[in-house]
Design a protein around this ligand. Structure first.
Ligand code: GLU
Length: 548
């Protein structure tokens, strides 16, 4: 058969470059020794999930700990799944978690010499190589319809044979020249399939960067490389793109292990050196007693939007994922709690081979610790970031007064002090803690444990002596002095000796004041709260707290 003529009939494009030219267009990268070139290759579906961040973080760490390059390639061959704005969303979502690309789609970089980074814009390259494979007898047209393929699958299933298009079942492999041209003349649609040279009798050892040595069975499937619309399948695009973008380490999900033999064969027939592969395990969660994959339908925490909306501190999410990526990260992090996680020696070989168990409770633990380590400034930036995206109008107005918020944060989070508050997991909790420092969101619950006379006497007497200039000890002396006026002990020691002689003690006086000023029986240091609120607001609250 005249294969050159066939290739021209199947791929008539007259604007394809000779394939040799691509080696010059995309030369080997000039890299430092051991530098890794990694990539994230998402489909632009608009749904960006924890798995993308997990893989993206591995890509980013591998590249940036070796002075390599981490790039973004958009696998948009499936037009139906494409969503407007999805690429920007991938970039901004990952950037929020400090995963930044050096090159690629929509990345402004001088390194962008291996593009285009959208697969749809690379169709000519794939078609040039498909044409070459046809010319060399490694690919052929297949005119089988959906119905033909379904019938084949049913027959194979009934005969307990491996399903697929291979060997004796690959009907179109043996079409005569006449049959092919007749089909073409009739305008029948066709796909281009690989003419596999492999046999499942042959096994070989393959070294995965995470899994170590694995046995792979040679591919014998005549997989589709160009679909009927002339667009490549994942397999074909992967081989060509990772070769010409000069990826050194392909980090991808374990779901691709099953078709690894196809990729090995494609590299071979295309004459490309195989990159190194690292197949990551899927993120799992416990569902009752069973471990299962995180699911888009069942688990809102799979979406990265979830963490943004819920107000997780991005560094906490990253540090938690690092504990899943490299099992010795946790120990390192405990020893170096304030160190930059990027100082940790990340290695792909240290990744887990079994499923990584994602545990929201553990993330919350990490989050509490990270938030408790923040400076007031950092805490402001973090809370304010959430407020601007998800807060109420009142929150936004409050956060306009940065100096006031910083004072509040120093007090309620213990920021800068020795006693750090360790119960804040997410921004929203922090923002709600601030509400009572503003009149429009002050919603007191006056849960006094005493009656009108005692409460109003305590508040009235304090109003008489209150001086905003008092320091802590002067303030407390005044609180103490009120105690005997309502039959309370002013010294705890006195009270403890004979509680039956008193209606309460000095801390109960403080509690009444606290409830009036903050609306709650528990709060950080009340004297400081009064200082922050200022004279007018404090007096108004003391008065407003009286029982009518
Ligand atoms: N587009 C593929 C996916 O999202 C990429 C797999 C790969 O990284 O090679 O699963």
């Amino acid at each position: 058969m005249d294969l050159k003529k066939l290739a021209k009939a199947l791929i008539p494009d007259d604007d394809l470059l000779p394939i040799e030219e691509y080696e010059n267009i995309y030369p080997e990268r000039e890299l430092a020794p051991k530098a890794e070139v990694t990539r994230l290759a998402p489909s632009p579906t608009g749904f960006i999930h924890l798995g993308n961040l997990y893989g993206g973080l591995a890509d980013e760490r591998c590249a940036h700990t070796t002075n390599g390059v981490c790039y973004l390639r958009i696998e948009d061959t499936d037009e139906k799944r494409k969503v407007e704005g999805a690429v920007e969303k991938v970039i901004s979502s990952l950037k929020y978690f400090n995963v930044n690309f050096d090159e690629g789609a929509e990345i402004d970089s001088t390194l962008n010499e291996y593009g285009p980074y959208y697969q749809r814009q690379r169709v000519k390259i794939y078609r040039a190589f498909a044409k070459d494979l046809i010319e060399r007898g490694f690919a052929y047209p297949c005119f089988c319809s959906e119905d033909d393929l379904n019938a084949l699958r049913e027959k194979q299933t009934a005969e307990k044979q491996t399903t697929g298009y291979y060997g004796k079942y690959a009907k179109c492999r043996n079409l005569s020249e006449d049959e092919i041209y007749k089909n073409l003349a009739e305008g029948k649609t066709f796909v281009i399939r690989l003419k596999s040279q492999g046999s499942i009798e042959n096994k070989s050892t393959f070294r995965d960067a995470i899994r170590g040595e694995i046995t792979v069975t040679e591919n014998d499937q005549d997989v589709v490389i160009l679909k009927s619309d002339g667009i490549p399948t994942y397999h074909f695009a992967h081989a060509i793109d990772d070769h010409f973008m000069r990826t050194t380490l392909v980090i991808r999900g374990e779901e691709w292990l099953a078709t690894l033999p196809v990729h090995i064969e494609l590299h071979k027939v295309l004459g490309f050196k195989l990159p190194r592969y690292a197949h990551t395990s899927s993120l799992m969660k416990m569902d009752g007693e069973t471990k299962r994959k995180l699911s888009k339908r069942k688990d809102p925490e799979l979406s990265l939007d979830y963490y943004r909306k819920a107000g997780y501190f991005p560094r906490a999410v990253v540090k938690y994922l690092m504990t899943l990526l490299n099992s010795d990260f946790e120990e390192w992090s405990l020893k170096n709690p304030t160190a930059d996680y990027r100082d940790f020696k990340f290695r792909i070989e240290k990744m887990s081979r079994s499923g990584a168990l994602f545990d929201l409770n553990k993330l919350n633990d990490v989050s509490r610790t990270e938030i408790s380590l923040m400076s007031a400034e950092e805490c402001f930036e973090f809370l304010n970031g959430w407020v601007q995206d998800f807060g109420t109008d009142a929150d936004k107005a409050h956060f306009a007064d940065k100096a006031y918020i910083i004072k509040v944060l120093e007090l309620i989070m213990g920021v800068g002090g020795k006693k750090r508050r360790k119960d804040i997991e997410r921004a929203e909790q922090g923002v709600r803690l601030i509400d009572y420092f503003f009149d429009d969101t002050f919603s007191p619950e006056y849960s006094y444990r005493y009656g009108t006379e005692i409460v109003n006497t305590v508040l009235g007497e304090f109003i008489k002596v209150y001086d905003p200039a008092d320091d802590n000890s002067a303030w407390f002396a005044k609180v103490k002095a009120i105690a005997p006026l309502v039959g309370f002990a002013s010294e705890m020691s006195e009270y403890k000796k004979a509680p039956e002689n008193f209606k309460g003690n000095v801390s109960d006086v403080a509690e009444i004041l606290r409830i009036a000023v903050t609306g709650m029986p528990n709060s950080p240091d009340l004297c400081t709260i009064m200082h922050i609120l200022g004279k007018e607001r404090t007096l108004a609250r003391l008065k407003g707290g009286m029982i009518k």
